[in-house]
Design a protein around this ligand. Structure first.
Ligand code: NI
Length: 177
């Protein structure tokens, strides 16, 4: 079911989400279905449970080849529950980000260039990946939602934050997180 995405300013986006304790339950599978339906409907790159008002440590993400955005790096469809992230080096890279909870805007956000993340899938199987670039950026963005952090809180240069049409007149941009 397509759910309403909460927008920045809603206090529910600022909570620290709680760990999932039981996997494979009907409630968890229904939540994942709603996250997928909502993300697909809005053409997003990722979505975190708190964005639809569910205070659990659950995120999904995935980006596929799209002729409209030939430069976008692909990210596999992933369900990530109770994640832990650690940077693989101190290297930082900056790039534009958007968020379905901050619609119509983009900001220039510093993130670790490469990270290792670990967590569980919907059935409770543990997995771990080391990633870099856009994949690393998407994971950091989504997991921030679980700690009540929205990307505008990460901006170092507010002169590079604004409305998409004003920042990139006439351009067709990749999906938001
Ligand atoms: Ni977001």
């Amino acid at each position: 079911m397509i759910r309403e995405v909460l927008r920045m300013g809603d206090p529910r986006l600022l909570r620290k989400a709680l760990p999932v304790e039981r996997f494979g339950t009907p409630g968890l599978l229904a939540l994942l279905g709603d996250l997928r339906d909502t993300m697909t409907h809005l053409d997003g790159a990722g979505l975190a449970a708190p964005q639809i008002g569910v205070n659990l440590r659950v995120v999904i993400f995935g980006v596929h080849a799209n002729p409209r955005y030939p430069q976008a790096e692909e990210v596999p469809d992933t369900v990530l529950i109770n994640p832990r992230i650690e940077p693989l080096s101190g290297e930082i890279n900056e790039d534009w980000e958007g968020c379905l909870s901050v619609p119509g805007m983009r900001g220039w956000v510093p993130r670790f260039s490469s990270v290792r993340y670990a967590g569980f899938d919907e059935g409770g199987a543990k997995f771990e990946r080391s990633v870099q670039g856009f994949h690393a950026r998407v994971v950091q963005h989504e997991c921030d939602h679980l700690d009540g952090i929205l990307y505008p809180m990460r901006l170092r240069d507010l002169s590079r934050f604004g409305f998409i049409e004003a920042l990139f007149p006439g351009e067709d941009l990749p999906p938001e997180d």
